[in-house]
Design a protein around this ligand. Structure first.
Ligand SMILES: [Zn+2]
Length: 258
């Protein structure tokens, strides 16, 4: 795409993020730069994919409300917001840079796959907690408290499928190729499942010494909780980045085969 339309599109999206206070100024600046890069290289379809992913995430956020996000307060800090943007859009930006250098369409497909995973995961983490029945751990299938990493529910799983299919549909229409729909949907859905597996196995879990509940917080009921599994340094951002990379590699393999 030409420089001026790309600049106008990414600036209006960044302006919207700033106006709606969806991101901090630092996070917005990074999002703007990544958006400009993605739109300049990938054109209107790439921009539409990015815009729908971001708007869908914000919409789900607003729809579900703060109560489904126990970490909402911590997330407001400036530096965390920049890391969050990087971990959610960075892999997609890399795919686009590689496409610009090589011209291989496989990197364009992997861009869509990564964004499908991002929207699938965002929708599931926002809408999943609205489920009436408690989520189950994706590995042990035992009921766990809502909001804990690695939990899956019917609403959450359907949201993942919806998010992945929406991005795949936009990409399929924009590139006028029907076959890309299935691999992009699969990349998004499987990537989001991979996110839950990592959340269950690797993310830190503590047991509260007062109420006995399982939590991701070090302090519970005013006391230091005991670590029962996972790594304290592996946070949600890192898991998001790894899941993005899963979708990236998955779609690259598909592109290599077909
Ligand atoms: Zn407690």
């Amino acid at each position: 795409m030409q420089a001026l339309p790309a600049l106008l599109l990414s600036s209006s999206l960044a302006g919207l993020a700033l106006w709606k206070r969806a991101l901090t100024p630092g996070g917005t600046l990074l999002a703007w730069a990544l958006c400009l890069l993605i739109t300049a290289v990938g054109g209107g379809t790439a921009f539409a994919v990015l815009a729908v992913t971001l708007l869908g995430t914000v919409a789900a956020d607003r729809f579900a409300g703060e109560r489904t996000d126990p970490y909402a307060v911590r997330r407001k800090s400036g530096s965390r917001d920049t890391v969050r943007v990087f971990c959610n859009v960075g892999a997609a930006g890399c795919a686009m840079v590689l496409y610009a250098i090589t011209g291989w369409k496989g990197f364009l497909l992997s861009y869509a796959g990564v964004m499908a995973e991002s929207l699938a995961d965002s929708l599931a983490s926002k809408l999943g907690p609205l489920s009436k029945s408690p989520p189950r751990d994706i590995i042990t299938m035992r009921p766990i408290p809502a909001g804990l990493s690695g939990g899956v529910s019917l609403i959450g799983t359907l949201s993942e499928l919806l998010g992945a299919a929406v991005i795949a549909g936009i990409f399929s229409l924009g590139t006028k190729s029907a076959w890309v729909f299935l691999p992009v949907t699969a990349a998004g859905f499987l990537g989001a499942m991979f996110d839950s597996v990592l959340g269950s196995v690797l993310q830190v879990k503590y047991r509260c010494t007062i109420c006995g509940g399982v939590t991701e917080r070090e302090i519970h009921c005013g006391e230091t909780a005991i670590r029962i599994s996972g790594f304290p340094w592996l946070n949600n951002d890192a898991v998001n980045l790894l899941s993005n990379l899963f979708a990236l590699v998955f779609t690259l393999l598909i592109a290599k085969i077909v």
